[in-house]
Design a protein around this ligand. Structure first.
Ligand SMILES: [Zn+2]
Length: 272
């Protein structure tokens, strides 16, 4: 399932291809937007933004809202390139003079007006989006100190988009390792230093994943590990999917567990 950094990268690809241009061809085969081609055709793409796992494409006076859920996927191609064959179901195709963007397989697609965005049921409940490059540290810290979430375990709360948007499963393990916090701790047991570390790590690790296409170790270390024969899966993270391998910080073996129903890996020495 794509996490915040992956959706934000998809938004960047769409921006590079479409933003500022006029839509010259549209197809809307999906039921919730069928027959609505005229709302986009001939209009300018004003802006494109990701909000957690939702994409908002402002075209003319309308906003195309889509949420990818498990299987949704945006593709972008130059018009001069032969389209790749796919068995996925096309939901919307947007074309300008140079590029074609297609959304496949998503099931939550709507056309809304700009004033409806903040009140949209999915968007209204999102916490600060740590995958957004303009996220404010103070907003994230405020959420970490928010007593509303205080009694919940960190392993649980980091998957809740109402707490911090943009975090998914691999980032949960990586953020907790970066902040040196035991995943079974409750939010309201953190010291002030740990609260600061958690807010800082949530932003820093998620943004690194955005910049490095899902890699959460620093580039120099990643290159070294690959040179030494590690697979991408073993080299790309500090702890996630590295159970049985040594922690880069302290050489303790990484431990695998399942918390809140999903895979979580941690270092029992760094995070005790
Ligand atoms: Zn360690």
């Amino acid at each position: 399932m794509p996490e915040g950094p992956e959706i934000h990268r998809a938004a960047q690809r769409l921006r590079n291809a479409l933003e500022g241009s006029v839509i010259t061809h549209v197809e809307c085969p999906y039921t919730t937007i069928q027959g609505q081609e005229h709302r986009f055709l001939g209009n300018q793409v004003i802006s494109i933004e990701a909000r957690s796992k939702a994409m908002l494409i402002h075209i003319g006076e309308d906003v195309l809202y889509s949420h990818n859920q498990l299987y949704g996927r945006w593709t972008v191609q130059k018009n001069s390139t032969k389209p790749k064959k796919t068995n996925r179901s096309l939901r919307i195709k947007l074309q300008n003079e140079t590029h074609t963007a297609c959304l496949y397989s998503a099931t939550d697609i709507q056309i809304i007006e700009p004033w409806e965005i903040e009140g949209h049921p999915y968007i209204a409940k999102l916490g600060p989006d740590v995958a957004n490059q303009n996220v404010d540290f103070e907003d994230v810290l405020e959420q970490v100190k928010n007593p509303k979430f205080g009694r919940r375990q960190l392993s649980h709360i980091l998957l809740d988009q109402a707490f911090l948007a943009g975090v998914g499963n691999y980032l949960r393990s990586e953020i907790l390792h970066s902040a040196r916090i035991d995943p079974s701790r409750k939010l309201n047991t953190l010291s002030e230093i740990e609260q600061n570390n958690l807010a800082h790590s949530a932003i820093q690790v998620t943004q690194l994943a955005f910049e490095q296409r899902g890699v959460t170790v620093e580039k120099g270390l990643y290159d070294l590990l690959k040179q030494n024969g590690m697979s991408r899966r073993q080299a790309r993270h500090h702890v996630f999917t590295r159970d049985g391998l040594e922690c880069h910080e302290c050489k303790t073996k990484i431990v695998h567990t399942r918390l809140s129903g999903r895979r979580l890996d941690f270092c029992p020495s760094c995070q005790c």
